[in-house]
Write a protein that binds this ligand. Structure first.
Ligand SMILES: O=C(O)CCC(=O)C(=O)O
Length: 288
């Protein structure tokens, strides 16, 4: 099964769906997330704990980045040694205009592309009606494409960074049931349309890479979730949250964030890219 997954990933630049856990098990994670959202009373798009390294703050996220079904699939694509660079929760509220323009993740990160994979795990069903992620099959073979800043209203990417010439008749909807995931290559062109439905669309996004990967900018941290790291390109983050907003996790998260946001900005300056803040008024966030 995994052999076939690698063949499809190499050919198309994505695979979908991959089963992670039964929908009812994911339902418990969703309830936990919703109870946090209700008590924090923050806009999730501006909540650092949901936008960056979520796995350092919430045990359910820590468990998901280490879930055997997720890691077995990722291992097939990038090998047995696996780091997590970032995680985020991306929520599209019901009947909401928020969308994500066509983009490639690698445009900002400058990583070694073939060693980095994005996992998108459905916390609830993700469909064309509620704005599931869409991909252009085979686009990972086209190199890094030019992106323009459109500052489009409701674009979840803060500058509305967009690849203009995308033939979206070729787009494929990555439809997922709760508990399933998609995996996409860091050069795969992807985006998503608004949520036209009455149902929320929460997704958990993980950036996995092998330890040989490199990123633009100053040294950042990463969490080793399988195998070994003999490359020493990242500071290994070892604190794991025992409960939601665990004080030890929050201290580690704050420390990780200082260098992480610096890396994002400095990296952008160094290679001439614009500062890649994803959400205008919130803390600096990682563009996807
Ligand atoms: O959640 C979305 O709609 C977009 C996700 C995305 O861009 C990513 O996972 O890299």
């Amino acid at each position: 099964m995994h052999e076939e997954l690698k063949t499809r990933y190499d050919r198309d630049g994505y695979v979908c769906p991959v089963h992670v856990m039964p929908a009812d098990e994911m339902g418990s994670i969703r309830l936990g997330l919703e109870s946090y959202l209700a008590q924090s009373n923050r806009n999730p798009k501006e909540d650092t704990y949901l936008q960056f390294k979520v796995h350092m703050v919430f045990p359910w996220a820590d468990a998901l980045v280490r879930h055997p079904a997720v890691l077995d699939a990722v291992e097939t694509l990038i090998g047995p040694d696996i780091l997590v660079w970032n995680t985020a929760v991306l929520i599209k509220k019901p009947k909401n205009r928020d969308f994500v323009s066509w983009h490639q993740d690698v445009y900002y990160w400058g990583n070694h592309p073939d060693h980095v994979v994005g996992a998108w795990i459905a916390i609830a069903d993700s469909t064309p009606e509620n704005g599931c992620v869409r991909v252009i099959p085979g686009s990972h073979k086209a190199g890094i494409l030019p992106h323009a800043d459109t500052f489009g209203e409701n674009n979840m990417l803060s500058r509305g960074q967009e690849i203009a010439a995308v033939d979206d008749t070729k787009a494929v909807d990555m439809v997922l049931d709760a508990g399933e995931m998609s995996l996409h290559h860091t050069r795969t062109v992807h985006g998503s349309r608004p949520n036209r439905s009455g149902r929320s669309r929460p997704g958990f996004v993980i950036t996995y890479m092998c330890p040989a990967a490199t990123m633009i900018g100053p040294r950042t941290g990463a969490t080793l979730v399988r195998g070994v790291d003999t490359h020493d390109h990242f500071d290994l983050e070892t604190v794991r949250p025992a409960r939601d907003l665990d004080p030890a996790g929050l201290i580690a998260h704050d420390a990780a964030m200082r260098v992480f946001s610096q890396a994002i900005y400095e990296g952008a300056e160094k290679d001439g890219r614009l500062s890649p803040t994803r959400i205008a008024d919130g803390p600096p966030t990682v563009p996807r």
